[in-house]
Structures are given as C-alpha cells and as structure tokens.
Design a binder for this molecule. Structure first.
Ligand code: CA
Ligand code: CA
Ligand code: CA
Length: 715
C-alpha cells in the first residue's frame, strides 16, 4: 500500500492529550513514548516503526539502521520477519517510514499504531445482571430467544478444556474465583523462581505474556478490567456454583497483555503477543480492540502468519458507529479467511449503534449489558457493553467447535460459525451473514448411528422421478423445514447415484468418496452412493408424508441397477424426519455381483454443508456392509433430549383416547394419567420408534377426556 503520509499531514500531528495521564498512572511509564496522531489515522509512537526487510537484504537494512541512528529492537522470524525498529529522539516516525519505504530495501515500513479496546464500562449494577446473552427468556425487556442458544448448545458440549485460547488484551485477574481454574499453564516455565526456564525471553510467564514493559514479563495484572471481563465471557468457569459462566465452561485461557491501563496498546507489543500465542499453541485468538486505517502492513502480516499457523482470530468491529466498509477497522477488516469480525446485538436482536459493515463484518453476537468477571477483587463482576463483549462470545464458540471437531481447519471453523447464524432482520445489510451467532447450531453436524427398526415405507402415492444415468432431480420441496448440520433446508435434490443433497453441486458424481471431504458434493446424505443407473432399469421415488410436527420425506430407489452390472439391482430408501433424525433402509441389496452388493463399493453416511463434519457408516464396505432388512438410524448429537410432548390425535369415543407422544427415538416412554394433576398412574410403556412418534391408546376412557395425560422418560 503506497504511503498516504505527507509533510502536510505530518505538520498536523498532535500529541495525544492523555499523554500526561499515562505518565502518571500507567506502568508503561518506563517507556513514556511520545504519541502522535496523524490526520485520518490512528495515534502512533514516535520512537518506533515496524519494517519487513526484503529477502537477502538484511545487510543493507542494517546499514540503513545505522545511517538513521535507528536500532533493531526485536525481530519476529516466525511472523513474516517483522522487525521493531527503535528511532533516535527528535525524529518523526512518519518521516522515517517514508525513508525506509523509499530505500527500496524493505517489503514494508509502518507506524507503530495504537489499538484501542472496544468496550465501555457502564452501569455498575450487577444485581439484575442476568447473563441474557447466554439465555434470553425476555428478562429486562428483551426478546425471547434473542440469544446465542448457549443453553441449548451446552446439552451438546460445554467444555473446551483442551483448546488453548489467547485473550490478547489488558491482562487478567488470574486469581479470580471464576477464572483461576481455567488458566493455561506454560509447561516449560517454573512459577516464581525468577528464571526464564523455557528461554523464551520472559521470566515466569506461567499463564501468558505481558509485552507492555521494557522487556516481556509474566506479570499479567489487569489494571483496566477489560481483559478480565473479556476472558470471563469467553471462559469463566461454568457449573461451579459461583458468579457467571463462560461460553465455554472450561478452556485454557492464555493471557497476552499489550493494552495499558487505559485500554490502549501498540502494534509492536500486539505483534509480540500474537507471536507468543502462535508459538505456544493457541488455536483461537480473541482481539477485542481496533485501530483505523490506513492499512498497516506489519499488522496485516502478523495476522496472516496466524492464518498460516491455523489459528482462528476473532476481532471486534469497533464501537464508533461507523460503516466499516467505508471506514475499516483492523484487525476486524483484514480480508484474511481465518478472521471472524463481530458486531454487537442487543437483548432484542437489534442493532446497537456500534460499527457495522455489509462486506467487512461477518456476524453479530450479544454485546450490551454483558455480565462478566472484573478485576477489582476475586469475586468482582461487572456489566460492560461493546463489540469487545460480542467478540469473546464468538471466540468461545470457536473454542467449543474445535473441542467438538478437532480436525477442522481454521477456515472450516470460521465457515461453521458463519454458516449457522440465526438470520436477524435488523442485521440484514449490516454484516456479511445478516445474522447473529447461534452456538447450538454451530456445534451441530455430527450424528450418532443407531440400529434402526426396519419398516419399509411403500412408494404408494409418491412421485416417480425420471433420472438419467448420473442425473440429478430438480429441487423437490420437502414440505417442511429440515434442520441438518446447523442449517435449515426446504428443498432436496435427488442424485441418481444413491445420494440426496441440499446444494445442487456435483450431485451427479458417480465416483463416491470417503466422508467427510471438503470437495463437493457437500451437504449430502448417502444411503447408497455408488455408480447406479436408474436409466437402465428400476425407479426412483420421492414423497412427503405425515402431519406437522411429524412429517417426513422419503426417497426410494427400487430395483435400480449398478452401472457396471445391470443384473445387480438395489432397493433402498432414505427417510428425513421433521425432528431432524434420518433413517436409511435396505430392502434388497444382497444379490448380484459381489463387487457391488451390500455396499462394498458404496459410501453410506452423512456430510455437512462444508464437507468438514461427516458421520460415516461405511466406505467401500469398511467398516461394515449393509444387508437386506436392515435399518440405520442417525440422530443428531445434542438433539435436545427434551421431555416428550403428548397430544390428542382424535377426539375420544367408544374406542378410548388416542394420543401421540413425540420424543427421541429409542427412549423408554411411560404415559401416565391423572384425575387431578396430583396423583399419576401408568397407562402405557413403550419405546419411542425411529420416527419419534409413539401412538398410544387409552381404552379405559370413554366420552370426553376427563383425565390428564403426561409422558415421561424412564430408563
Ligand atoms: Ca519464559
Ligand atoms: Ca520461571
Ligand atoms: Ca464433500
């Protein structure tokens, strides 16, 4: 990026008015850097710049340093070879940036800009501080379910105890009662012995790094509170009967302190923190701070190097009410695919007036009146607002996703977060997804495989699909919204080769692959993906049946031959239930050529929308084959194990009361009856079948219902 700095701008510099205050109160006092702000740019230090030497030119660059009486303070070979250069007193950093750029010896030269925390402490009342962002039941004027569905998600997974998350911020109160148990511990460092045991340049960096001093240290003390608040939102200890709960109940919080006592910090110290997080195994980095443009190449390089290391970065949009498409904020607006940028949502799922950007901000997350841990005592809690608070909601989600699906790449974690938002009208046109974080959906995608009950659904009343060899049907309306791997679908495409899918991409593939595989086709369900040929015989049927909320869609392949063996014919079907369960059934798969029979050359299983999460029953006959009369049931992990519901199917008559229980298949359900809602007795016990619907008849009643019913699960 060419320099926009000029002498004119240089003359307009002004010293930040808070400089004197920093001198008094900050522990960064030792450096007392002179802070300067250029027109249209962030404040920066006058005594440092950031450069990247061109390859093979380090000798020339050293000569350049000498000529300018500058000194190499620190270099980061693992971060794109960024160098922090200390300037002599009395020179202008902007002028030196221009000189280094003009020298032709550097890839980039940048100001050491100031980044600022994106939160404002507000009303310190904690008493009514329900953690609405986790579970919104309409308290304090909020809107029911305008939350991130954390409670729903926690039934699936609440611990990311193996995932190291770096909170790059103002430090942390490491002794806080709701924090202490979730600290990352540096395995190479011995606590309190005054020795840099692991030789990384920091003494006693047991839980993280402080880069704000003259030399890096392990003193993480938070004098601003922002870092402790952000860390608590992300990973305060859950289920410990104290205070608050983080989005992740347990995680490994690494603290990297670069913000000072007023929430400001320098790019050079940030880069030191990012390098520390990268080299010490952080998989998620939380960045609840920002700086305006112009784009800073050193910072951009630093975040690019986190991408190369497979680290997910979650960054705040900023709070100044700007459209970041026009006035970008960094790191949120770096166009790097491991960065998730976050705006804030209210307790009513509305826009809060903070920064937004239709193309530069990815999603919204709760960011107003958020209750979390604070720094003044070990039992301190506080309400704060801002995109700083929204960001750790997403970082916590990323940690849980990595705990659940450890094989995912950083990009796949990003896609999972962005692909599973709740669309919210107020965020349409304000962020890329137009939606708010939904943790429950972000954690969905995996299924557990159970043996199902075989009960072939006849093709009577279904529509016959005319499919060519490798053909794909048009969009077939399901008749209901089918939740699958965190997304909702209303149309289905049927592929001739024994698979169905929700995206009309490569469903014609005759060469079946292992699952999961990010290559298309994705968002597929494969009862028998092989090289089949409906044009050579047999028929494929599609139909939707049942009544809400127990509708189901069925696709059946009947006597469809294998492409390479016309006499090897298969009859099987897939059933998609409205309650999100999936069942495969095999009527005739055993006969014919043994190279193809029983699915020994097929793919059988499910795959999510990005090909990142799959549930494989078998691939090429391994680990198992299918056989005539077999059913396979797939139940989504974390499918809320809610109490079964019960409803009347028909008015009672001489035949008694006819009821329907809706529940989770395979659970033992007892239907009980009561005359007074006080005493209950059992009337029926049965397993809930695969479709989740258990019909019950209470023949003891006649006439209008004068009894109350309920259904309970009994092991
Ligand atoms: Ca050390
Ligand atoms: Ca030590
Ligand atoms: Ca795939």
């Amino acid at each position: 990026m060419p320099s926009k700095l000029s002498v004119k701008y240089f003359q307009m510099r002004w010293v930040a008015i808070c400089l004197g205050l920093i001198g008094v109160l900050s522990d960064a006092v030792a450096q007392s850097p002179r802070i300067v702000r250029l027109k249209d740019g962030p404040a920066h230090r006058e005594d440092r710049i950031l450069i990247v030497p061109k390859q093979g030119r380090s000798a020339m660059v050293n000569t350049l340093h000498a000529r300018h009486k500058a000194r190499l303070k620190k270099s980061f070979p693992g971060m794109g070879n960024i160098q922090v250069i200390e300037l002599p007193p009395g020179v202008s950093a902007a002028e030196m940036v221009a000189r280094y750029r003009q020298s032709g010896e550097v890839e980039s030269a940048d100001l050491d800009v100031v980044l600022t925390a994106c939160a404002q402490p507000n009303d310190p009342r904690v008493a009514n501080g329900d953690q609405w962002h986790l579970n919104n039941f309409g308290q304090s004027g909020g809107v029911f379910d305008a939350d991130m569905d954390a409670v729903e998600a926690w039934s699936n997974l609440n611990s990311a105890s193996n995932v190291i998350v770096a909170v790059v911020d103002s430090g942390l109160r490491v002794t806080h009662q709701d924090i202490a148990a979730n600290l990352w511990v540096n395995p190479g460092e011995i606590r309190g012995n005054g020795i840099d045991d692991d030789g990384n340049g920091a003494i006693d960096d047991v839980h993280g790094l402080n880069s704000t001093g003259p030399t890096p240290s392990g003193n993480l003390t938070d004098y601003f509170g922002h870092g402790t608040h952000v860390a608590g939102i992300l990973g305060a200890v859950g289920n410990n009967a104290l205070g608050v709960s983080g989005v992740a109940w347990s995680t490994r919080l690494m603290t990297c302190r670069f913000l000072d006592n007023f929430g400001n910090g320098y790019a050079s110290d940030l880069i030191e923190c990012l390098n520390y997080a990268r080299t010490n195994g952080a998989k998620v980095v939380n960045c609840s701070f920002e700086t305006p443009g112009p784009i800073n190449t050193a910072l951009s390089n630093a975040f690019w190097n986190l991408r190369e290391a497979g680290v997910v970065v979650v960054a705040a949009a900023g709070n100044t009410g700007l459209d970041t498409d026009l006035a970008p904020r960094y790191p949120a607006c770096f166009a790097i695919d491991n960065i998730i940028s976050v705006m804030a949502s209210s307790r009513s799922d509305t826009y809060l007036g903070y920064n937004y950007g239709a193309t530069t901000i990815d999603l919204a997350a709760p960011g107003f009146d958020i209750l979390s841990t604070y720094y003044r005592s070990d039992s301190d809690y506080y309400l704060m607002s801002g995109t700083s608070m929204a960001t750790p909601c997403v970082a916590g989600a990323a940690a849980l996703i990595l705990a659940k699906f450890p094989h995912l790449t950083a990009q796949q974690v990003v896609n999972r977060v962005l692909g599973t938002v709740d669309k919210v009208p107020d965020f349409s046109g304000k962020c890329v997804t137009g939606g708010r974080l939904n943790l429950a959906r972000a954690l969905s995608g995996g299924f557990t495989i159970f043996p199902g009950t075989y009960a072939w659904i006849p093709t009577n009343g279904m529509t016959s699909l005319t499919l060519t060899d490798n053909g794909v049907s048009g969009a077939r309306p399901l008749g209901f919204s089918f939740g699958y791997t965190g997304k909702e679908y209303t149309n289905l495409y049927v592929g001739a080769n024994g698979l169905v899918g929700f995206l009309n991409l490569s469903l014609s593939a005759s060469s079946n692959t292992n699952l999961p595989l990010s290559t298309i086709p994705n968002a597929i369900l494969c009862p028998f993906w092989d090289d089949l040929n409906p044009a050579g015989g047999g028929q494929v049927w599609f139909g939707t049946m049942g009544t809400a909320p127990n509708r189901y869609a069925v696709v059946s392949w009947v006597e469809v031959p294998h492409k390479l063996s016309a006499s090897t014919k298969f009859t099987f079907q897939i059933i998609l239930y409205e309650n999100e369960n999936v069942r495969f059934q095999y009527a005739k798969v055993n006969s014919g050529n043994s190279q193809y029979a029983q699915g020994v050359s097929a793919t059988i299983g499910l795959e999510d929308f990005m090909g990142g999460v799959g549930t494989k029953y078998s691939f090429m006959g391994s680990p198992s084959v299918v056989t005539n009369g077999q059913a396979i049931l797939f139940i989504p992990n974390g499918n809320p194990g809610v109490e079964p519901s019960i409803e009347y199917v028909s008015p009672v008559g001489s035949g008694g009361s006819h009821l329907r229980v809706n529940g989770v298949p395979g659970e033992r359900c007892v239907v009980q009856v009561s005359p007074d809602l006080v005493t209950w007795s059992d009337v029926a016990t049965n397993l809930i079948p695969d479709d989740g619907v258990l019909p019950i008849s209470d023949l003891a009643t006649a006439g209008p219902p004068n009894r109350f019913y309920r259904a309970v699960i009994r092991p």
